[in-house]
Design a protein. Structure first.
Ligand SMILES: [Zn+2]
Ligand SMILES: [Zn+2]
Length: 360
């Protein structure tokens, strides 16, 4: 027996991808939560670069055109719980991790569920919301109970919509060993991942956090969020500037969140001997990097995908303690009907755009 639900309509408005660049808001049935699933009334859903790839038809393993609602950074209120769900109750406010592993493959068994070996295999229990299954550009969305996190009243939906993003940064730090207290960190890329990771590094007591970008408005936001130094790579050579700031030694950790073709090589040049590089970005093309220099300097390179390792739970705790600000990154809000405009705004990358959200 499903648990008591709020008054949920049978149909809803949802954005459906009909082909590359063709997204339409149509009426679809409201899904019913099966065992272990939760139905959420979406408050808002963030759009990111991955959505543009999905929108353009360049993302693998999405469901067929005409039957798929994207959106993987959403938050909202629980309206119904499927059988066996006692972790949540109707009216709980929740945020999500996009990836929900199958729970039965080798990687899931060791906690690496964002690298689930049954990726996109819904029959085996895998779901990546908004990537391999319907997501949050809709009035209602389903997710597995294990991929939801309750948020306290003090955390607004604007803050919560960035918690999934913060989970990505925190997972990267986690994979790289966690401790950064007292260390100098450089972050390439003041996008949402970079700006959330910057705050996390400050909260984890990094000595100095240096933020490198090309858009002054984002660097300014970075300073407001705690960056000790910002470097505009259009104005100065970032490698020179970072080496100057660190007495020629380089930083203890470089975090690559920009996806810029030059950034991995810059990381190699600004990381000190025996330092760490963490890559949490995707690239347009293959990138070229002096691997011999990385070996000579005894640098360890880590990569991580998505918001794994239960790090969204940690991000919720930081947000609940007032130590993680998401709302300040939200620069544009669009109603669901205008989702096309939301994607267009992201693509144009005008100066003031940081996080674009869509509200059903
Ligand atoms: Zn995203
Ligand atoms: Zn798995």
């Amino acid at each position: 027996m499903a648990r008591p639900a709020l008054d949920v309509p049978t149909t809803m408005q949802a954005a459906v991808l009909y082909g590359p660049g063709d997204i339409r808001v149509v009426e679809r049935p409201v899904p019913q939560p099966a065992s272990g699933e939760v139905l959420v009334k979406v408050a808002m859903c963030g759009a990111c670069g991955t959505d543009l790839k999905i929108f353009d038809g360049h993302f693998p393993q999405t469901p067929p055109y005409g039957a798929f609602t994207p959106g993987h950074e959403w938050t909202g209120t629980v309206v119904a719980c499927g059988e066996t769900v006692d972790e949540f109750a109707v009216n709980d406010r929740v945020c999500i991790e996009a990836h929900s592993g199958c729970g039965r493959c080798d990687n899931c068994l060791i906690g690496r569920y964002t690298a689930c070996l049954n990726y996109a295999n819904a029959a085996k229990g895998h779901r990546a919301s908004g990537m391999t299954a319907d997501g949050g550009f809709a009035e209602y969305a389903l997710h597995n109970a294990k991929a939801l996190y309750r948020i306290p009243p003090s955390v607004t939906f604007e803050d919560a919509v960035l918690i999934t993003t913060a989970g990505t940064g925190l997972y990267g730090l986690d994979v790289a060993g966690g401790y950064i207290a007292g260390q100098d960190v450089v972050i390439f890329g003041p996008g949402p991942v970079g700006l959330m990771t910057l705050q996390l590094c400050k909260q984890l007591a990094a000595a100095r956090v240096i933020l490198v970008g090309t858009r002054e408005s984002r660097l300014e936001l970075g300073r407001r969020l705690g960056a000790d130094h910002t470097i505009n790579a259009r104005e100065v050579d970032p490698v020179r500037a970072i080496l100057d700031l660190t007495g020629g030694q380089g930083v203890d950790m470089a975090i690559e969140a920009s996806g810029g073709a030059q950034a991995p090589q810059h990381c190699a040049e600004v990381t000190k001997r025996a330092g760490r590089i963490v890559v949490v970005a995707y690239y347009e093309d293959k990138v070229s990097v002096d691997l011999s220099a990385i070996v000579r300097k005894d640098i360890t390179v880590y990569t991580s995908r998505g918001e794994g390792g239960n790090n969204v739970k940690r991000a919720v705790a930081l947000a609940a303690a007032g130590r993680l600000r998401g709302a300040e990154l939200v620069t544009h809000r669009f109603p669901l009907q205008d989702i096309g405009k939301a994607f267009q705004t992201m693509r144009e990358r005008d100066a003031g755009t940081v996080k674009v959200v869509v509200t059903p």
